[in-house]
Write a protein that binds this ligand. Structure first.
Ligand code: FRU
Length: 499
């Protein structure tokens, strides 16, 4: 009798769960099959996404939060969506982490593990994970106030699964500046303080804190330096060693509009940081990605020293057309995660390089060698293509489809040209069709790696020396490849991680 009662109590919910999860899996699988849906890049299951936020590594999991509007496929009141992954490629979608509240929408920000419990919000045995983000108050904005963006704090004591907002938010008030946002925080060991970089209209402001709660203004950087064709957003400051072990500090600053190819782009500065002031190596403008579609990229916190990598993820879109791209149930993907490195050039200057993360090799299929003289059929819409370039030649690589649409990459003297003018049905935006001219300066092109994923192509020159990230929306899949002055190459199909 007892057994029967036990069974009947649990049978119905169990059956329901099995049926429900079956439907759920089918729904997800169908969803992830849409024509333009990336198969090995992160996308939200549905609705709108922009910037990556709050990226940290803890207990074997990479957390990715993102600007999310869960009710529509255009930008709206911002939440933090959430996903976790063990390898930065296979993601598990989690419930929304932060919802708007009476102080405003939840704009971009960062998260750190507060290992020593400096905030007092956890314990040293169970360190709190602390997120700092921007509150954007739409009522203040509508009332034409200037102080509608402030910085808020939330924390988690359960491996990022649930988040509690700090009771005395905001932790940083606005001094009366309309654009005052996107806090990125790290622990600065030398000065024993938390440092926050904040985007303030046309410059970066640095703050410091002993406990992530009380913030003291330090210095500002960049009013008269760098590109200023638009507002500064989403900063990130971190140290990197070059190939000879020299440590330098990298400051990333996204800018919109005013990118080299129109709309959004990320510039960077390299210099020194003494815990208060950032001093750049020179006054040159430098871009992190020579494409149209890598914005608001920032790096992971708390990757263990034994790994030691600085891994960046960017938003693979551009504010010029992000709200109009022809996807139907969701909008936007993240870039492939990239390992950043610092490289000292012949003129004793430093430059930032980006390579696809090594984990990519775990989802690559067998190699198929290419005959560069022949017309080549692409293995799939999710493919890695690798080419060796004939020395000192003007080479080209063209992907195309049966209706004459194409995406072409070519070198002409000291320039790489990327032509996506006829890559897509461009009617969704006048800003999308474009040709990008990328100056090579002294760079000698030896090889090219391309990652095609249905609606994006990421180009890495010489593995990491130059990168160009671009969206495409061909009306039929690109299935042909035409090569000029390519000496060798191969293609590998890439695993579809969304099952
Ligand atoms: C960058 C950005 C941030 C802001 C967020 C709002 O793309 O404009 O500055 O916090 O998006 O969604």
């Amino acid at each position: 009798m007892k057994k029967l009662v036990y069974e009947s109590k649990f049978l119905f919910p169990t059956l329901f769960l099995i049926l429900f999860s079956g439907c759920q899996m089918k729904r997800t699988a169908q969803k992830y099959q849409e024509r333009y849906r990336p198969q090995y890049h992160f996308t939200p299951e549905s609705h709108w996404m922009n910037d990556p936020n709050g990226m940290f590594f803890y207990e074997g999991e990479y957390h990715l939060f993102y600007q999310h509007y869960p009710k529509d496929i255009v930008w709206g009141p911002m939440h933090w969506g959430h996903a976790v992954s063990k390898d930065l490629l296979h993601w598990e979608q989690l419930p929304i982490a932060l919802y708007p509240d009476s102080l405003g929408y939840i704009f971009s920000g960062s998260a750190v593990v507060d290992w020593k419990n400096t905030s007092g919000l956890g314990t040293s045995e169970n360190p709190p994970i602390v997120a700092l983000y921007t509150y954007h108050d739409p009522i203040g904005e509508q009332a034409q106030k200037n102080d509608f963006q402030t910085q808020g704090l939330a924390y988690s004591l359960d491996r990022g699964r649930s988040w509690k907002k700090y009771q005395n938010n905001p932790v940083l008030q606005n001094p009366g500046i309309r654009d005052f946002r996107d806090p990125k925080v790290f622990w600065h060991e030398t000065s024993k303080h938390w440092i926050m970089s904040l985007a303030v209209q046309d410059h970066i402001a640095f703050y410091r804190s002993p406990d992530l709660i009380e913030w003291e203004a330090l210095t500002t950087f960049g009013k008269d330096l760098g590109a200023h064709g638009g507002v500064w957003e989403c900063p990130d400051l971190f140290p990197l060693n070059d190939q000879n072990g020299n440590e330098k500090w990298v400051l990333l600053v996204s800018i919109n509009p005013g990118g080299p190819y129109g709309g959004s782009a990320t510039q960077y500065f390299i210099g020194d940081f003494d815990g208060k002031t950032f001093t750049p190596q020179d006054t040159q403008i430098r871009w992190m990605d020579f494409g149209s579609d890598n914005y608001a990229g920032v790096t992971y916190s708390d990757i263990p020293a034994s790994d030691g990598r600085k891994i960046l993820i960017g938003w693979m879109s551009n504010w010029d057309y992000a709200n109009q791209v022809p996807t139907e149930t969701w909008r936007s993907a993240m870039t492939l995660p990239r390992t950043l490195s610092l490289h000292q050039t012949a003129d004793q200057k430093f430059e930032l390089r980006s390579a696809a993360i090594d984990e990519m090799s775990t989802i690559l299929g067998p190699e198929q060698k290419l005959d560069p003289q022949a017309a080549i059929t692409l293995l799939a819409q999710e493919t890695q293509l690798y080419f060796e370039v004939a020395p000192d030649s003007d080479w080209s690589v063209t992907l195309s489809n049966a209706v004459g649409e194409f995406f072409a990459i070519s070198q002409n003297a000291n320039t790489i040209r990327i032509d996506r003018t006829q890559s897509s049905n461009n009617s969704f935006s006048d800003a999308f069709a474009k040709t990008l001219e990328i100056p090579l300066n002294r760079l000698k092109v030896e090889n090219l790696t391309l990652y095609l994923d249905r609606s994006s192509i990421e180009l890495f020159v010489n593995e990491n020396a130059l990168v160009s990230t671009n969206l495409i929306f061909p009306t039929q899949p690109f299935n042909q490849l035409l090569l000029k002055n390519i000496s060798a190459g191969h293609q590998k199909q890439i695993e579809r991680v969304w099952k």
